[in-house]
Design a protein around this ligand. Structure first.
Ligand code: NAD
Length: 253
């Protein structure tokens, strides 16, 4: 399959770890130039250097994507370096506290909504501004299967994820006639540092995570990245406003 991504400029947030890092690697494998964005400096630089070591073109911009001036700066730096943004994978996020709905502190609630939802809107705001000038662009937002159904002890996370799906569909309708496609990817349980922090060496919990999906294992970050790359590719030219589930059959149950 020809993805048409060779030479394209791709911005990936949360690129220092997990799904974001896998996405950076997958885009570089298709010949794209990648701008790695993350709040974490050291591991973000590490991703960029991994990409360059594989022969790819990449640079890192430290950014807190829940902060408007950081996102504006990220897009400006991308424009200064490459002059365009063809694709964006808005992926940075946190799991946040695992408590019942009534037990969140206001601060914990705000932090999850700001990092997982406001950040996606902010990224889209500045990316779309540029894509409108180009009259082309593709955006993929990372949501979750928790954006499609309830999630016990993760109401704020699930609410932010449902909202990312709604944001994706609404924006997709607004910009499709201007050459911009916008989709979401909804991973199930993915074996990333986020999940490993939660497992924290507890084998019983790990077994539960694996058993939670009919496929009997967690996804690899690369399996999510492949879906993102495909959604950004020419092969998905008629797809917009879609929330693509990549979950080993979890939501089919
Ligand atoms: P991860 O913790 O491995 O990576 C997340 C990255 O986002 C980190 O590098 C972190 O530094 C960065 N980040 C966090 N807050 C940021 C901010 N304010 N500004 C910039 N960067 C920030 O997690 P992951 O599992 O790779 O998750 C990536 C995305 O996928 C998240 O949005 C997560 O909610 C979503 N997701 C993960 C899973 C899963 O099972 N791992 C499932 C569904 C959805």
């Amino acid at each position: 399959m020809k993805t048409g991504l060779e030479g394209k400029v791709v911005l990936v947030t949360g690129g220092a770890s997990g799904i974001g890092r896998a996405s950076c690697l997958a885009f570089v494998a298709e010949g794209a130039k990648v701008v790695v964005a993350d709040i974490a400096k050291e591991s973000g630089e590490e991703t960029a250097s991994m990409l360059r070591q594989t022969g790819g073109e990449a640079f890192f911009v430290q950014s807190d994507v829940s902060n408007a001036s950081d996102v504006e700066n990220l897009v400006r730096k991308t424009m200064e370096k490459y002059g365009r943004i063809d694709c964006a994978h808005n992926n940075a996020g946190i799991a946040g506290e695992m408590v019942r709905t009534g037990d969140y502190s206001e601060q914990a609630w705000d932090s999850i909504i700001k990092t997982n939802l406001k950040s996606v809107w902010l990224c889209m705001k500045f990316e779309i501004e540029q894509m409108l000038k180009q009259q082309s662009g593709v955006i993929v937002n990372t949501a979750s299967t928790a954006g499609l159904r309830g999630s016990r002890f993760a109401a704020a996370y699930a609410a932010s994820s449902h909202a990312v799906v709604g944001l994706t569909k609404s924006a997709a309708l607004e910009y499709i006639t201007q050459g911009i496609r916008i989709n979401a990817v909804c991973p199930g349980i993915v074996d990333t540092p986020m999940i490993q922090r939660y497992i924290a060496g507890d084998t019983k919990r790990e077994v539960q995570f694996k058993a939670a999906s009919p496929i009997g294992r967690m996804a690899t970050p690369a399996e999510i990245a492949q879906a993102v790359v495909w959604l950004c590719s020419d092969a998905a030219s008629y797809i917009t406003g879609h929330a693509m589930v990549v979950d080993g059959g979890r939501t089919a149950q």
